[in-house]
Ligand binder design. Structure first.
Ligand code: NAP
Ligand code: 8YV
Length: 313
Protein backbone atom coordinates (compact mmCIF):
# COMPACT_ATOMS: atom_id res chain seq x y z
CA UNK A 1 0.00 0.00 0.00
CA UNK A 2 1.23 3.52 -0.83
CA UNK A 3 1.90 5.88 2.12
CA UNK A 4 -0.61 8.71 2.65
CA UNK A 5 0.35 12.28 1.76
CA UNK A 6 -1.68 15.38 2.48
CA UNK A 7 -1.32 18.06 -0.21
CA UNK A 8 -2.23 21.42 1.36
CA UNK A 9 -1.66 23.41 -1.86
CA UNK A 10 -0.88 21.64 -5.14
CA UNK A 11 2.43 21.80 -7.03
CA UNK A 12 2.50 21.92 -10.87
CA UNK A 13 0.54 19.00 -12.47
CA UNK A 14 3.68 17.09 -13.52
CA UNK A 15 4.96 17.05 -9.91
CA UNK A 16 1.54 16.04 -8.54
CA UNK A 17 1.55 13.09 -10.98
CA UNK A 18 5.02 12.14 -9.75
CA UNK A 19 3.77 12.25 -6.15
CA UNK A 20 0.68 10.18 -7.05
CA UNK A 21 2.93 7.36 -8.31
CA UNK A 22 4.55 7.06 -4.88
CA UNK A 23 1.86 8.25 -2.45
CA UNK A 24 -1.90 8.16 -1.96
CA UNK A 25 -2.45 11.92 -2.30
CA UNK A 26 -5.24 13.64 -0.34
CA UNK A 27 -5.70 17.24 -1.56
CA UNK A 28 -7.14 20.04 0.56
CA UNK A 29 -9.34 22.79 -0.97
CA UNK A 30 -8.14 26.42 -1.24
CA UNK A 31 -10.56 27.55 1.49
CA UNK A 32 -8.54 27.26 4.73
CA UNK A 33 -11.70 27.10 6.85
CA UNK A 34 -12.41 23.64 5.35
CA UNK A 35 -8.98 22.10 5.96
CA UNK A 36 -9.60 20.43 9.33
CA UNK A 37 -12.96 18.96 8.27
CA UNK A 38 -11.49 17.62 4.98
CA UNK A 39 -8.29 16.28 6.56
CA UNK A 40 -10.02 14.51 9.49
CA UNK A 41 -11.13 11.33 7.64
CA UNK A 42 -7.50 10.52 6.64
CA UNK A 43 -5.70 12.28 9.50
CA UNK A 44 -4.71 9.07 11.34
CA UNK A 45 -2.88 7.74 8.27
CA UNK A 46 -1.01 10.85 7.03
CA UNK A 47 2.80 10.65 7.45
CA UNK A 48 3.72 13.20 4.76
CA UNK A 49 2.56 16.78 4.12
CA UNK A 50 3.35 18.68 0.93
CA UNK A 51 2.66 22.41 1.06
CA UNK A 52 3.73 25.86 -0.14
CA UNK A 53 5.11 28.92 1.64
CA UNK A 54 1.73 30.61 1.17
CA UNK A 55 -0.47 27.78 2.53
CA UNK A 56 2.04 26.53 5.13
CA UNK A 57 0.97 24.03 7.76
CA UNK A 58 -0.79 25.70 10.70
CA UNK A 59 -0.65 24.26 14.20
CA UNK A 60 -4.33 23.16 14.22
CA UNK A 61 -3.75 21.04 11.12
CA UNK A 62 -0.48 19.55 12.38
CA UNK A 63 -2.14 18.69 15.70
CA UNK A 64 -4.70 16.33 14.09
CA UNK A 65 -1.97 14.38 12.23
CA UNK A 66 -0.52 12.06 14.93
CA UNK A 67 1.74 10.10 12.52
CA UNK A 68 3.15 13.14 10.69
CA UNK A 69 6.89 12.76 9.93
CA UNK A 70 7.70 15.49 7.39
CA UNK A 71 6.35 18.76 5.98
CA UNK A 72 7.91 19.50 2.57
CA UNK A 73 7.34 23.14 1.62
CA UNK A 74 7.63 24.81 -1.78
CA UNK A 75 9.12 28.14 -0.75
CA UNK A 76 12.19 29.24 1.18
CA UNK A 77 10.05 31.08 3.75
CA UNK A 78 8.50 28.72 6.30
CA UNK A 79 6.78 31.31 8.50
CA UNK A 80 3.32 29.79 7.80
CA UNK A 81 4.40 26.44 9.28
CA UNK A 82 4.13 25.76 13.02
CA UNK A 83 7.87 25.25 13.50
CA UNK A 84 7.64 25.10 17.30
CA UNK A 85 5.28 22.12 17.12
CA UNK A 86 7.45 20.49 14.44
CA UNK A 87 10.52 20.80 16.69
CA UNK A 88 8.64 19.50 19.73
CA UNK A 89 7.27 16.46 17.89
CA UNK A 90 10.42 15.73 15.84
CA UNK A 91 8.67 16.45 12.54
CA UNK A 92 11.10 17.36 9.73
CA UNK A 93 10.44 20.57 7.77
CA UNK A 94 12.11 21.19 4.40
CA UNK A 95 12.10 24.29 2.15
CA UNK A 96 13.43 25.39 -1.26
CA UNK A 97 16.35 27.82 -0.75
CA UNK A 98 18.76 29.18 -3.41
CA UNK A 99 16.96 27.94 -6.55
CA UNK A 100 14.77 31.08 -6.40
CA UNK A 101 17.44 33.70 -5.57
CA UNK A 102 17.79 35.02 -9.13
CA UNK A 103 14.06 35.42 -9.73
CA UNK A 104 13.32 37.16 -6.44
CA UNK A 105 16.28 39.51 -6.93
CA UNK A 106 15.16 40.23 -10.51
CA UNK A 107 11.68 41.10 -9.25
CA UNK A 108 13.04 43.36 -6.50
CA UNK A 109 15.05 45.36 -9.04
CA UNK A 110 12.13 45.37 -11.49
CA UNK A 111 9.80 46.77 -8.82
CA UNK A 112 12.37 49.43 -7.91
CA UNK A 113 12.78 50.46 -11.55
CA UNK A 114 9.04 50.36 -12.22
CA UNK A 115 8.25 52.48 -9.18
CA UNK A 116 11.03 55.04 -9.60
CA UNK A 117 10.49 55.39 -13.37
CA UNK A 118 6.65 55.37 -13.07
CA UNK A 119 6.46 52.48 -15.55
CA UNK A 120 3.03 51.12 -14.60
CA UNK A 121 1.68 54.66 -14.86
CA UNK A 122 3.50 55.13 -18.20
CA UNK A 123 1.76 52.07 -19.59
CA UNK A 124 -1.65 53.42 -18.52
CA UNK A 125 -0.71 56.89 -19.86
CA UNK A 126 -0.17 55.48 -23.35
CA UNK A 127 -3.11 53.06 -23.36
CA UNK A 128 -5.78 55.46 -22.06
CA UNK A 129 -4.80 58.28 -24.45
CA UNK A 130 -3.32 60.66 -21.84
CA UNK A 131 -0.11 61.00 -23.92
CA UNK A 132 -2.11 62.36 -26.88
CA UNK A 133 -4.35 64.49 -24.70
CA UNK A 134 -1.91 65.87 -22.11
CA UNK A 135 1.50 65.50 -23.76
CA UNK A 136 4.56 64.23 -21.90
CA UNK A 137 4.16 62.46 -18.57
CA UNK A 138 5.59 64.17 -15.42
CA UNK A 139 9.27 63.35 -14.87
CA UNK A 140 10.35 60.36 -12.77
CA UNK A 141 13.27 59.52 -10.43
CA UNK A 142 16.70 58.32 -11.60
CA UNK A 143 17.80 54.91 -10.26
CA UNK A 144 21.40 54.44 -11.50
CA UNK A 145 24.09 55.70 -9.15
CA UNK A 146 21.75 56.12 -6.17
CA UNK A 147 22.12 54.75 -2.64
CA UNK A 148 20.28 51.50 -1.88
CA UNK A 149 19.56 50.14 1.60
CA UNK A 150 18.91 46.41 1.75
CA UNK A 151 17.17 45.02 4.84
CA UNK A 152 18.39 41.39 4.97
CA UNK A 153 21.71 40.30 3.44
CA UNK A 154 21.20 36.54 3.15
CA UNK A 155 20.97 34.36 0.04
CA UNK A 156 18.59 36.68 -1.84
CA UNK A 157 19.83 39.99 -0.39
CA UNK A 158 23.34 39.29 -1.74
CA UNK A 159 21.97 38.63 -5.24
CA UNK A 160 19.95 41.88 -5.11
CA UNK A 161 23.15 43.72 -4.13
CA UNK A 162 25.01 42.22 -7.11
CA UNK A 163 22.31 43.46 -9.48
CA UNK A 164 22.27 46.91 -7.85
CA UNK A 165 26.05 47.19 -8.34
CA UNK A 166 25.48 46.81 -12.10
CA UNK A 167 23.37 49.99 -11.81
CA UNK A 168 26.34 51.74 -10.12
CA UNK A 169 24.37 51.99 -6.88
CA UNK A 170 26.16 52.18 -3.52
CA UNK A 171 24.90 49.65 -1.02
CA UNK A 172 24.12 49.79 2.69
CA UNK A 173 22.44 47.01 4.65
CA UNK A 174 20.73 46.24 7.93
CA UNK A 175 20.80 42.80 9.61
CA UNK A 176 21.20 41.66 13.21
CA UNK A 177 24.70 40.30 12.52
CA UNK A 178 27.36 41.66 10.16
CA UNK A 179 27.43 39.68 6.92
CA UNK A 180 30.51 38.74 4.89
CA UNK A 181 29.98 41.51 2.32
CA UNK A 182 31.94 44.67 1.44
CA UNK A 183 29.01 47.02 2.19
CA UNK A 184 28.31 49.33 5.13
CA UNK A 185 26.44 47.56 7.93
CA UNK A 186 23.88 49.59 9.90
CA UNK A 187 22.73 48.14 13.25
CA UNK A 188 20.23 51.04 13.39
CA UNK A 189 17.57 50.60 10.68
CA UNK A 190 16.03 54.07 11.14
CA UNK A 191 19.43 55.69 10.68
CA UNK A 192 20.04 53.65 7.50
CA UNK A 193 16.60 54.55 6.12
CA UNK A 194 17.43 58.22 6.65
CA UNK A 195 20.71 57.86 4.71
CA UNK A 196 19.53 55.96 1.61
CA UNK A 197 17.41 56.77 -1.46
CA UNK A 198 15.73 53.37 -1.75
CA UNK A 199 14.95 50.54 0.68
CA UNK A 200 14.49 46.90 -0.40
CA UNK A 201 13.34 44.40 2.23
CA UNK A 202 14.28 40.72 2.01
CA UNK A 203 14.18 39.19 5.52
CA UNK A 204 12.13 36.15 6.62
CA UNK A 205 8.62 36.60 8.02
CA UNK A 206 7.55 35.48 11.50
CA UNK A 207 7.60 37.00 15.00
CA UNK A 208 11.27 38.16 14.88
CA UNK A 209 10.63 40.54 11.97
CA UNK A 210 6.98 41.50 12.58
CA UNK A 211 6.62 45.25 12.03
CA UNK A 212 10.39 45.70 11.48
CA UNK A 213 9.55 48.30 8.83
CA UNK A 214 7.84 50.52 11.38
CA UNK A 215 6.34 54.00 11.01
CA UNK A 216 9.67 55.63 12.09
CA UNK A 217 11.57 53.65 9.42
CA UNK A 218 9.07 54.72 6.75
CA UNK A 219 9.18 58.36 7.87
CA UNK A 220 13.01 58.25 7.88
CA UNK A 221 13.03 57.13 4.25
CA UNK A 222 11.30 60.41 3.54
CA UNK A 223 9.32 62.09 0.73
CA UNK A 224 11.88 61.22 -1.99
CA UNK A 225 12.36 57.64 -0.77
CA UNK A 226 11.14 54.50 -2.53
CA UNK A 227 10.30 51.32 -0.66
CA UNK A 228 10.26 47.78 -2.12
CA UNK A 229 9.02 44.71 -0.26
CA UNK A 230 9.66 41.20 -1.64
CA UNK A 231 9.86 39.49 1.78
CA UNK A 232 6.60 39.10 3.72
CA UNK A 233 3.71 41.50 4.39
CA UNK A 234 4.05 40.93 8.13
CA UNK A 235 7.47 42.64 8.10
CA UNK A 236 5.83 46.03 7.45
CA UNK A 237 3.47 48.17 9.50
CA UNK A 238 1.07 48.14 6.54
CA UNK A 239 -1.36 50.83 7.80
CA UNK A 240 1.62 53.16 8.43
CA UNK A 241 2.95 52.46 4.93
CA UNK A 242 -0.43 53.12 3.29
CA UNK A 243 -0.80 56.31 5.29
CA UNK A 244 2.65 57.57 4.24
CA UNK A 245 1.99 56.72 0.56
CA UNK A 246 -1.41 58.41 0.51
CA UNK A 247 0.00 61.55 2.16
CA UNK A 248 3.15 61.59 -0.03
CA UNK A 249 5.47 61.23 2.99
CA UNK A 250 7.35 58.65 0.89
CA UNK A 251 7.61 58.85 -2.90
CA UNK A 252 6.45 55.37 -3.82
CA UNK A 253 6.44 51.64 -3.18
CA UNK A 254 6.81 48.41 -5.15
CA UNK A 255 5.03 45.64 -3.26
CA UNK A 256 4.98 41.91 -4.00
CA UNK A 257 3.74 40.83 -0.56
CA UNK A 258 0.94 41.92 1.77
CA UNK A 259 -0.20 41.34 5.34
CA UNK A 260 -3.40 39.46 4.41
CA UNK A 261 -2.84 37.90 0.96
CA UNK A 262 -4.60 37.87 -1.44
CA UNK A 263 -6.28 40.94 0.09
CA UNK A 264 -4.56 44.24 -0.67
CA UNK A 265 -5.39 47.43 1.28
CA UNK A 266 -8.04 49.14 -0.94
CA UNK A 267 -6.32 52.53 -0.51
CA UNK A 268 -3.32 51.22 -2.49
CA UNK A 269 -5.38 50.33 -5.57
CA UNK A 270 -5.97 53.94 -6.61
CA UNK A 271 -2.40 55.18 -6.04
CA UNK A 272 -0.20 55.94 -9.06
CA UNK A 273 2.97 55.94 -6.94
CA UNK A 274 2.56 52.23 -6.10
CA UNK A 275 3.35 49.14 -8.19
CA UNK A 276 1.63 45.96 -7.03
CA UNK A 277 2.36 42.32 -7.86
CA UNK A 278 0.59 39.21 -6.50
CA UNK A 279 3.47 37.49 -4.62
CA UNK A 280 5.30 36.37 -7.77
CA UNK A 281 8.92 36.70 -6.62
CA UNK A 282 9.70 33.12 -7.64
CA UNK A 283 6.93 32.94 -10.23
CA UNK A 284 8.67 31.69 -13.37
CA UNK A 285 8.18 28.30 -15.03
CA UNK A 286 11.86 27.48 -14.55
CA UNK A 287 12.13 28.37 -10.87
CA UNK A 288 8.77 26.97 -9.77
CA UNK A 289 9.81 23.75 -11.58
CA UNK A 290 13.10 23.60 -9.66
CA UNK A 291 11.25 24.33 -6.40
CA UNK A 292 8.68 21.59 -7.07
CA UNK A 293 11.49 19.11 -7.84
CA UNK A 294 13.10 19.92 -4.47
CA UNK A 295 9.78 19.36 -2.67
CA UNK A 296 9.33 15.95 -4.33
CA UNK A 297 12.97 14.93 -3.85
CA UNK A 298 12.87 15.77 -0.14
CA UNK A 299 9.78 13.58 0.26
CA UNK A 300 11.42 10.76 -1.70
CA UNK A 301 14.61 11.05 0.38
CA UNK A 302 12.62 10.83 3.61
CA UNK A 303 10.69 7.77 2.36
CA UNK A 304 13.98 6.07 1.39
CA UNK A 305 15.55 6.90 4.79
CA UNK A 306 18.18 9.08 3.08
CA UNK A 307 19.43 12.52 4.27
CA UNK A 308 17.06 15.38 3.39
CA UNK A 309 18.28 17.85 0.76
CA UNK A 310 17.22 21.12 2.42
CA UNK A 311 16.15 20.76 6.03
CA UNK A 312 15.01 23.70 8.20
CA UNK A 313 13.84 21.69 11.23
P1 NAP B 1 18.19 34.06 4.37
O1 NAP B 1 19.31 33.61 3.49
O2 NAP B 1 17.88 33.31 5.59
O3 NAP B 1 18.50 35.60 4.76
C1 NAP B 1 17.74 36.29 5.68
C2 NAP B 1 18.43 37.62 6.02
O4 NAP B 1 17.56 38.36 6.88
C3 NAP B 1 19.75 37.45 6.76
O5 NAP B 1 20.67 38.39 6.28
C4 NAP B 1 19.39 37.76 8.21
O6 NAP B 1 20.51 38.29 8.90
C5 NAP B 1 18.30 38.81 8.02
N1 NAP B 1 17.38 38.88 9.18
C6 NAP B 1 16.70 37.87 9.75
N2 NAP B 1 15.99 38.30 10.81
C7 NAP B 1 16.24 39.64 10.90
C8 NAP B 1 15.82 40.66 11.80
N3 NAP B 1 14.99 40.39 12.83
N4 NAP B 1 16.28 41.91 11.60
C9 NAP B 1 17.11 42.19 10.58
N5 NAP B 1 17.54 41.26 9.69
C10 NAP B 1 17.12 40.00 9.85
O7 NAP B 1 16.84 34.15 3.56
P2 NAP B 1 16.62 34.28 2.00
O8 NAP B 1 16.76 32.95 1.34
O9 NAP B 1 17.43 35.43 1.49
O10 NAP B 1 15.04 34.63 1.98
C11 NAP B 1 14.54 35.72 2.70
C12 NAP B 1 13.03 35.74 2.71
O11 NAP B 1 12.54 36.22 1.47
C13 NAP B 1 12.30 34.40 2.87
O12 NAP B 1 12.31 33.94 4.19
C14 NAP B 1 10.93 34.75 2.37
O13 NAP B 1 10.12 35.24 3.42
C15 NAP B 1 11.17 35.85 1.36
N6 NAP B 1 10.89 35.40 -0.03
C16 NAP B 1 9.89 35.99 -0.74
C17 NAP B 1 9.66 35.58 -2.04
C18 NAP B 1 8.58 36.20 -2.87
O14 NAP B 1 8.01 35.52 -3.71
N7 NAP B 1 8.29 37.47 -2.72
C19 NAP B 1 10.39 34.54 -2.60
C20 NAP B 1 11.40 33.96 -1.84
C21 NAP B 1 11.65 34.41 -0.55
P3 NAP B 1 20.66 38.19 10.50
O15 NAP B 1 20.26 36.78 10.88
O16 NAP B 1 22.10 38.50 10.73
O17 NAP B 1 19.78 39.22 11.07
C1 8YV C 1 6.61 31.18 -3.07
C2 8YV C 1 8.00 32.53 -1.36
O1 8YV C 1 5.88 31.74 -4.11
O2 8YV C 1 9.87 31.11 -1.29
C3 8YV C 1 9.12 31.86 -0.65
O3 8YV C 1 9.31 32.10 0.55
O4 8YV C 1 7.38 33.39 -0.82
C4 8YV C 1 7.67 32.19 -2.78
O5 8YV C 1 8.78 31.74 -3.46
C5 8YV C 1 5.67 30.77 -2.02
O6 8YV C 1 6.31 30.13 -0.98
C6 8YV C 1 4.62 29.83 -2.61
O7 8YV C 1 3.50 29.90 -1.84
Amino acid sequence: MKPDLLSVEALRPQSMEELAQIFTVHSLPMDKSLWIERAKPVADRVRFVQTTGFAGCPGELMTILPKLEIVSCMGVGVDAIDLAQARKRGIAVTNTPDVLNDDVADLAIALLLMTARHLALSDRYVRDGRWKKLGNQPLATKVSGKRLGIVGMGRIGKVIARRAQAFDMSIDYHTRNKADVPFRHWPDLVAMARAVDFLIVIVPGGPATKGLISAPVIEALGPKGIFVNVSRGSVVDEPALVDALVAGRIAGAGLDVFADEPNVPPALLGLDNVVLSPHVGSGTQETRGAMADLVVNNLKAHLAGKPLLTRVV
